[in-house]
Design a protein around this ligand. Structure first.
Ligand code: NAI
Length: 795
């Protein structure tokens, strides 16, 4: 190459080598003698057990540095430091915290090149990416969140920080994940213990040093390095108030289980198998460039990588040809070379995983194509790979490979594209290519994913929330919704644990002088019809004084299953206009007003006449409130710093199970079910265990108020049994469980299999009579999930 003439270069258009000089980063490593302790309480602290592990350069296999292996003792020291730092950090004004975040953004920019090179050395990603994508986004995140820190009290009134936050991050975007986690946590007033991934700890440690340089109070950010056992110790630590995790779905499940019995708030950003949908009217050349960014960015080691290519049949052959030509021009090689497109795979275990899954794909009969590209002789490299003839259920179409491997399938019509796109357990992101704005937006709205890029891919911005549906996890990072993950209502801190209420459906002696009552029997309410329970059994329901009030059906697994099916069939409710939903709720308010006295009279036998009258009065108010919210809790349009807008839509989650509180049979039911219904979800509700007979009044109300059949289903029974069925049911997308501590823990633990979002009262007593505690945005925030649809504009 060295003596190739200029004329020859013009002819071949071959790139020459353009290596980045790593001297500055190497100097930094030498200053630390290539050995790193934990960063705890503002100081470098050697590991308590004296153990270290090595981090290596994946492009050469050579060791870069020794890294402290964190033990439970190290985690404990870090959590203590974070707890100790909390009063001082929270004692600062929001403006002062904003200054620190701003200073961190500036410091990242000042050291951007050193950080970019360090990232590439440790991770193997091309320098072009770490320099032009990762590090600028890190700075942007701190700038953006400096803004939220400044505006905190005005924009999140009544909220308070969670406290000490444990954050566990993966190796694919090491410093960017530090920023995604640390910036909102600090802006909200939390202190942090961060555990970087074992393959890529260096930039998190460099960031710890930047925290020190800007004078961040000691203990506000602590970094404990180590492997999964270190992460598990952080998750298990009793003095951590929230866990934020990004990584594999398997570990996400383990964390869900491990935190079930604690009151730790949890957000999970997990894997994906994102569809990249190309319609026949798309600009195919742009789509091919989109694929380069979609699946070959960061060697495909991207949670939202467009790893499933769905092509409309009519253009499949031409798109495949263009794609193969483009793949043949990709450059796989030294990550520090500025002309490299595809760098090194992060670690031998990841390379083995990719190789193994590709072999499985071939064994299953898919056609595997790889361009004839030179790969470096040394280091962990894998060529860009295209699978065609892929069956939608095959391993390469369903499993997250996390490598430069694309699985292509075809579809005929938009409905089929949507069906294929949604045909995985995940729901993180999607990319839709069509020159027809109608088709693109219609399909974007139907794909179950937290982010959809129209005619673009893998765009990120701090203002635009990012996060998944289904097994891709729950919670969002970025935007206002990302801030909410690190905040909670201040009043919640003052609530007391819910003491066991006497469940009055147990047999008790009847007082001799009890007034004779008409024995009532209610039924289940499924799909808009009153139905008998599958079990053929009933629960006795008694008054405060032990008088038998009636029988409520003992619902079981089969009844819940039927109710879930009915709720699924009522999916049209989610696309009803917000005006229509408001109308139905107003109508129900009108009907409850009409029938208020008789409902209150019956309820009075269970809860006393004062509470019954209050529940009816406030129930009408709550119906009004959610009719009002239905068309006012709206999304947003973000203007990220690209030629794009991002439409943040508040979308219904789908079907939601609700275990209603025992203590306020009518008002508790309405307080939980109405926000979900106003948001467009369909609900399977288990009414108050102390007075399930309320179901009779409720279904009469919904029946006469034009609530479409299946939108609200009511299954009476024992919450301890039904919570299990709802938690484990794969077609229940969210579970709200209001009850005592053990019941809440059960809901969280049992939902780990399908990772549905679970929201509980954490065993606390919520005062539903108060609008502050019982109604409003806090409920709606949990009833919707935000989907960001990115739409480009301009030529
Ligand atoms: P991982 O989920 O094991 O690691 C992510 C982080 O969690 C690391 O910091 C790790 O030390 C920590 N961790 C591991 N076990 C833990 C536990 N029991 N409790 C608490 N923390 C724990 O991911 P890994 O093994 O590095 O990659 C395996 C696969 O996961 C990849 O092939 C890919 O499919 C997926 N993955 C997905 C990511 C995403 O962004 N969605 C990121 C990294 C991996």
């Amino acid at each position: 190459m060295a003596n190739t003439s200029v004329a020859e270069k013009f002819r071949s258009m071959e790139y020459g080598a353009a290596p980045e000089d790593p001297a500055n980063s190497l100097k930094w490593l030498e200053e630390h003698r290539r050995s790193f302790s934990h960063f705890i309480g503002g100081k470098w602290k050697p590991p308590a057990k004296g153990r270290y592990f090595e981090t290596a350069d994946p492009s050469t296999g050579e060791k870069i540095a020794d890294i402290a292996q964190g033990s439970a003792a190290d985690v404990n020291a870090a959590v203590k430091a974070a707890r100790a730092a909390l009063p001082r950090w929270q004692g600062l004004t929001p403006h002062m915290r904003a200054r620190f975040l701003y200073a961190l953004a500036r410091q990242v920019q000042k050291h951007s090149r050193r950080l970019a090179v360090l990232e590439t050395l440790d991770n193997g990603k091309p320098i072009r990416e770490s320099r032009d994508i990762d590090i600028p986004l890190v700075a942007r995140h701190f700038y953006y969140h400096a803004g939220w820190a400044q505006l905190l009290e005005r924009e999140f009134p009544g909220d308070t920080a969670c406290g000490v936050v444990g954050q566990i991050i993966p190796w694919n975007f090491p410093l960017l994940m530090v920023a995604w986690k640390v910036a909102p946590a600090l802006a909200a007033g939390n202190t942090v213990v961060l555990k970087p991934a074992e393959f890529t700890p260096l930039t998190a440690l460099a960031f710890a040093e930047l925290c020190d340089e800007v004078g961040l109070p000691p203990g506000v950010v602590n970094v404990v390095t180590g492997d999964g056992t270190t992460g598990a110790a952080l998750v298990a630590h009793p003095d951590v108030d929230k866990i934020a995790f990004t990584g594999s779905t398997e570990v996400g499940r383990a964390i869900r289980r491990a935190t079930a019995e604690s009151h730790k708030k949890l957000s999970l950003e997990l894997g994906g198998k994102s569809p990249f949908v190309v319609f026949e009217d798309a600009d195919l050349d742009s789509a091919v460039e989109g694929l380069v960014d979609g699946i070959w960015l960061n060697q495909g080691q991207v949670c939202c990588a467009g790893s499933r290519l769905l092509m409309q049949e009519s253009i499949a052959a031409s798109l495949t040809k263009k794609l193969q030509a483009r793949m043949s021009a990709l450059r796989v090689g030294a990550p520090l070379d500025k002309t490299t497109d595809i760098g090194a795979i992060v670690a031998p275990v990841q390379l083995e995983r990719i190789t193994g899954l590709v072999a499985q794909g071939v064994a299953e009969g898919a056609s595997c194509w790889q361009p004839d590209l030179p790969l470096p002789a040394k280091g962990l490299y894998y060529p860009p790979t295209l699978f065609t003839n892929v069956h939608p259920t095959s391993v390469v179409a369903q499993t997250e490979i996390f490598g430069p491997v694309l699985a292509a399938m075809t579809f005929r019509i938009p409905a089929e594209a949507v069906e294929l796109a949604n045909n995985t357990a995940y729901g993180l992101a999607a990319s839709v290519w069509s020159e027809s704005v109608n088709v693109a937006l219609q399909v974007a709205a139907q794909i179950k994913a937290g982010v959809v890029w129209v005619n673009s891919t893998n765009l990120f911005d701090a203002a635009c929330g990012f996060g998944g549906y289904r097994e891709s996890g729950f919670g969002r990072e970025g935007g206002r919704e990302g801030m909410r993950e690190y905040l909670e209502p201040a009043w919640l801190r003052k609530t007391r644990p819910l003491r066991a209420l006497a469940v009055r459906n147990q047999r008790r002696s009847q007082r001799a002088d009890a007034a004779p009552l008409i024995d009532r029997t209610v039924k289940l309410y499924i799909g808009g019809k009153q139905v008998r329970p599958d079990s053929g059994y009933s629960l006795e329901c008694r008054s405060r004084t032990g008088v038998l009030l009636g029988q409520a059906p003992l619902g079981n697994r089969k009844d819940i299953r039927n109710a879930v099916e009915a709720a699924r069939r009522a999916g049209q409710w989610s696309v009803a206009t917000t005006h229509q939903r408001a109308q139905v709720l107003y109508y129900a308010a009108e009907n409850l007003t009409q029938r208020g006295q008789e409902v209150a009279a019956r309820l009075a036998l269970a809860v006393g006449s004062k509470q019954a009258a209050d529940e009816v009065r406030l129930g009408i108010e709550r119906l009004f409130a959610y009719a009002a919210w239905a068309d006012k809790y709206e999304g947003a349009v973000h203007s990220p710093p690209f030629r794009n807008i991002s439409v943040a839509m508040n979308e219904a989650i789908g079907t939601a199970g609700v275990i209603c509180p025992a203590e306020a049979p009518l008002l508790g039911f309405l307080s939980l079910v109405l926000p979900l219904v106003a948001a467009g979800n369909s609900v399977i509700a288990v009414p108050s265990a102390s007075y399930p007979l309320v179901a009779g009044d409720l279904y009469q109300l919904f029946d006469t108020s034009d609530v479409p059949g299946g939108v609200i289903n009511i299954v009476t029974g024992r919450p301890t049994e039904l919570v299990k069925v709802l938690a484990e049911h794969d077609d229940v997308d969210a579970l709200w469980c209001y009850g005592e501590e053990e019941l809440c823990a059960e809901a969280k633990r049992l939902s780990a299999g399908n990772l549905k979002q679970v929201w509980t009262n954490e065993g606390r007593r919520i005062n539903f009579s108060s609008a502050l505690e019982g109604e409003g945005r806090w409920y709606l925030d949990h009833a919707f999930q935000v989907k960001n649809i990115w739409v480009p504009y301009g030529e």
